[in-house]
Design a protein around this ligand. Structure first.
Ligand SMILES: [Cu+2]
Length: 248
């Protein structure tokens, strides 16, 4: 526990003035450290590592960037977070500063081994998404704003593993899209290994699936957006693009 606290405090210091990403995860009362983007290279071979490797808290700016699936360089991790279908996985961020844009949680079936999954070719499906909660696009309350904690405490984002999902090894991908720069979207994706348990038998069909990169494009008005244009910023609805969420 002492070690874990030191780790958390370390992350906090490093990320106070930067952009960010999913640094840790919790399921119930159990914490799982992610890959520390500014930590030692040796993490990658650690038997406890559950998160794919990422090396900067800076965003990705291109919808077609090959690293959009699991950040750069995205090397696979060894361990899996055990979780029951129907339970929540919480991604933990620190001092998240951006306020506008959707947040989407995705999963992909690893077909038995997440080390060998090519994340840029995988079939991803949404398990949850959070967007504009109330008010208008420019000044209303987005989940991304509400979720940000400015005092250095953890920002928590929970999504449920669909109750009927068949057991197996999966990646969970937490994606924040920040839209505060006009026509210059920012992507913050991280991926974590989970092993889903339970009695589920279901799996989403084709209409729920997307490729990443592939699902986002600068042809989408919800992505290539100028929130400072009153004709857009004054709207009180924002439809999160991509396939529908599969809730199981
Ligand atoms: Cu940023």
């Amino acid at each position: 526990m002492q070690q874990l606290l030191a780790f958390i405090v370390g992350c906090l210091a490093q990320h106070a003035s930067a952009h960010g990403g999913a640094l840790n995860y919790t399921v119930g009362d159990t914490w799982y450290p992610g890959y520390d983007p500014y930590g030692p290279e040796s993490q990658l071979s650690a038997p406890w590592l559950v998160q794919r490797k990422w090396v900067t808290v800076n965003p990705i700016f291109e919808a077609d960037n090959i690293s959009l699936s699991c950040n750069a360089p995205g090397n696979p991790a060894n361990a899996y977070i055990p979780i029951n279908a129907g339970e929540n996985i919480t991604a933990v961020y620190y001092s998240w500063v951006h306020t506008v844009g959707p947040m989407i949680a995705w999963m992909a079936d690893c077909h038995g081994n997440c080390r060998t999954l090519d994340t840029a070719k995988a079939d991803w499906f949404k398990i949850g998404e959070k967007g504009l909660l109330n008010g208008d696009i420019l000044e209303g309350m987005w989940f991304q704003h509400q979720f940000g904690v400015w005092d250095g405490g953890p920002s928590l984002w929970s999504e449920k593993i669909p109750k009927s999902l068949r057991p197996g090894k999966y990646l969970v991908r937490n994606e924040i899209i920040s839209l505060h720069s006009a026509n210059k979207p920012q992507w913050y994706p991280e991926c974590v290994n989970v092993e889903v348990k339970g009695n589920g038998t279901r799996f989403p069909g084709k209409k729920y699936m997307a490729k990443i990169p592939g699902v986002w494009s600068m042809d989408q008005p919800e992505i290539n957006i100028d929130v400072y244009d009153p004709a857009i910023g004054n709207k009180t609805t924002y439809k999160i693009p991509g396939p529908p969420v599969w809730t199981g």
